[in-house]
Design a protein around this ligand. Sequence first.
Ligand code: CUK
Ligand code: CUA
Length: 675
Amino acid sequence: MTDTEPDAGEMPEPDPAEKLLREHEAQLDELIADVEPPEDDATDDGVTLDLPGLTLGRRDLMKTGAAVGVATSLAGCSFGGTGGGNGNGNGASTTDHKVPPGEHDDYYGFWSGGHSGEVRVVGIPSMRELRRIPVFQKDGAVGYGHDEQTKEVLREGGDVGSVAGHEWGDTHHPILSESGGDYDGRYLWINDKVSGRLARINLKYFETDAITDIPNMQACHGCSVQSPDTKYVYGVGEFRVPVPNDGTTDPDDADSYWSVFAALDPESMEVVWQVRVSGNLDNADSDKEGNWAFATGYNKEEAFEIDGMTHDDRDNLKAFDIEAIEAALDAGEAEEINGVPVLDGRQDSPLTSGSDPIVHYIPTPKGPHGCDVEPSGTYVTASGKLSPTVTMVEIDKIKEVDDPEDAIVGQPRVGMGPLHTTWDGRGHGYTTLFIDSQIAKWDIEQAVEAEKGSEEPVVGTIDVHYNPGHLQAVEAETTDPAGDWLVTLNKLSKDRFISVGPIHPDNDQLIAIGEDAETETGGMELVADHPVHPEPHDCVFASRDKISPNNIWDREDYEGEKEYVTEDNSRVERTGDRSVEVYTSVKRSEYGLRDFTVKEGDEVTITVTNIESSRDIIHGLAIPQYAINLSIAPQDTRKVTFTADEPGIYWAYCTYFCSALHLEMRSRMIVEPRD
Ligand code: CUK
Ligand code: CUA
């Protein structure tokens, strides 16, 4: 990236909007650098940024400058509820979130793991991490990407169109399947922001069972399902990428870069359609009735560098009219590009003008980030990021109004750096304030009644530690949120934990939101800190009775694909001059085959069935010299294929401590020299 500071001698004065945005960035830098803001930054230079419905002036920034100062100074001390905060720091909790030993949590929480490429399962309210589910990369702990079935999942999600293939993923937005607007416990989808990929986790087994590499896309960012019955799963292409990217594209021709909004079939995981749009896309959500999908975005300017990307003072919330999109597909308006039908939904396309545009572009303040539909399905919100407001669009008005801006019915001013919004089902929105390090709780109906840009709808704020990205309240994406807990996913933990070196954990905080009180916090109460491995972005919670995984495998689920190998049927079968099939059962504390012999150069397939039927008795099969590492849960069968190219005797052993004779639990692979 080139130097973004203009040279005063050559460049014209930056326009006011651009200047303001730079000031925002400078503030952010200060906050992150943990230094005091300069004292002499108090001259009123009359800068204003005109945003729809409000004018943000220099004085407003000074006010938040003061707030940043407070947060910054608190960052260095042990915060006990004094000072400029809300009196809700360490140890202030009176709400019991502890789950006693042996008792169960009320909610499943599914966390994205960011560039760890995984999904994590966390119990709420205890915040205990229960499991990690590898998605976009191999994992030795559970043998993911080591057996043929999960290798195939990774291969399928493969390296189409990329130079290096996909070595890892960046998971951001976990999203649960719905029936009738409620979680049905079947699937969870998760995006890959590194590449244009979308993965599915089968919640019967808590295992990734499909990855789709979406054409015409880099950085699948936003991820959502079409409520109420998961008609589509949406993957939002964030980056604008040259299509085709084969060296023939003029790098400076903005028109040859694409960003697409993709709809996948939830069962086949195939791309059903894509809509190409103007500008970059960001986050997504859908309405509650199956008519609309929404996405925020940035860089309406379609620039290549940050100066240009932040030039204008507006961006758009895009509203995708599902019926109009399906009608355009039926009318043959799509062009097939790289194997998928693509509709042109750019702002100047014929498909976005006329009486039934497939995409409505609703102007918002610059760089809206979070895209969240509230539980009643009346409003979709875009959280400001660079504007201190949340923009509320009344969904039913989108088609009625002549000027798309008239669909904006509220714009509460919530604080600095609003990123994401969640809901309690009692008429409140909760928005993270990245720059203020707070959560603002606001009243949805008051926000519609109040003047745009008014702070009045805010009923309370609470300090969080520090710089929150997403937040999520329990079951907030259903039509009937439970409204008792909220988790904020804070990007920085700074001094909250004993030091573990320069790469700090993130800090996920649990906040009780069950009480609406007329206090500074509006009843929100901070109850727990929870250090986490980098870097979750979002999470989603379902009541525990809505998720019912199997505790052992059901062999019917793989009948016809893999043999269920019994002790009696454990055997070695030569299938060709250079191919051998090895079948073995496994149980405490022995393999069906205590040894097996193959020949140098054979292609060997080992099929292992765990014949135990007691839950939690898992066995492994490891042959390190051949990089074999299987995990086999009760009643499951896993296979692996490799070439036995080095003669010798190799121990095959169990990786799970499964019984008192676990250490003795062995088999031997004997590879005979081929003469
Ligand atoms: S994004 Cu990470 S903080 Cu990927 Cu939902 Cu907003
Ligand atoms: Cu089976 Cu250890």
